[in-house]
Design a protein around this ligand. Structure first.
Ligand code: C5P
Length: 224
């Protein structure tokens, strides 16, 4: 089998990361969660009280950010490291989630991260998930998948996931956040969320995680 690039884009909260990670494991590929890169950047910007309207400040902050993915010896999972420290436990809160789309709409932020993502794919054998992977990061990816599902189903699943991590959240707030992010992500000028012309659409409203993984794995085997 030849090594390929698998680009997975789609709406917020439809299981992209879980599915992409499992497909990567099955294929012995690298998995990159680009949402984590936008989230870690947002965390840094909020922590340092950077005014996101002030582009000079934003650029200075980007110059101070170093991101990498590595195995955390304690958890045994691949996690995102921000300036040498795992940021995984800090980047999935509702606070970061509610701000990340604003930060991700800044062109300088996108160029900064897209450039790093493209470098990660030079050897192929990679599954990357996000919003603009098949359209901007890897427009020549051998397999492009666009995942979507009913927004209420996504909100319910996300609520259960957050509650299992100990964060008490209200269904309506989660639903609102997903709708709001999808709107902001789809309407921004730079790298908007949209279906790549040659993407395969996978609707996960009625599928289990195992089924989603299998659908994408079978698609990958067809092209690899
Ligand atoms: O994938 P996840 O939901 O963690 O992504 C968080 C946010 O990061 C998205 O709502 C979007 O604003 C931004 N993002 C992006 N482009 C990507 C990945 C994520 O704009 N490739």
């Amino acid at each position: 089998m030849k090594k390929i690039i698998i680009a997975i884009d789609g709406h917020a909260g439809c299981g992209k990361s879980t599915t992409a990670k499992a497909v990567a494991r099955k294929m012995n590929y690298i998995y990159i969660d680009t949402g984590a890169m936008y989230r870690a950047t947002t965390y840094y910007i909020l922590e340092n009280k950077i005014d996101i309207q002030d582009i000079t400040e934003v650029k200075k902050a980007l110059g101070e950010i170093s991101l990498r993915f590595a195995i955390n010896d304690v958890t045994g999972n691949i996690e995102i490291y921000l300036n040498g420290e795992s940021a995984e436990s800090k980047i999935r809160t509702m606070e970061i989630t509610s701000k990340v789309s604003d930060v991700a709409s800044i062109p300088e932020v996108r160029h900064f991260l897209v450039d790093q993502q493209q470098k990660m794919g030079t050897e192929k054998g990679i599954v990357m998930d996000g919003r603009d992977i098949g359209t901007v990061v890897f427009p020549n990816a051998e397999l492009k998948v666009f995942m979507t599902s009913d927004v209420e189903v996504r909100a319910k699943r996300r609520q259960i996931e957050l509650e299992s991590k100990g964060e008490q959240v209200n269904f309506e707030d989660v639903l609102e956040d997903l709708k709001n992010r999808d709107h902001l992500d789809s309407t921004r000028k730079e790298g908007p969320l949209k279906v790549a012309q040659d993407a395969r659409i996978v609707d996960t409203t009625n599928t289990t995680i195992e089924e989603q993984i299998d659908i994408i794995y079978q698609l990958a085997k067809e092209v690899a």
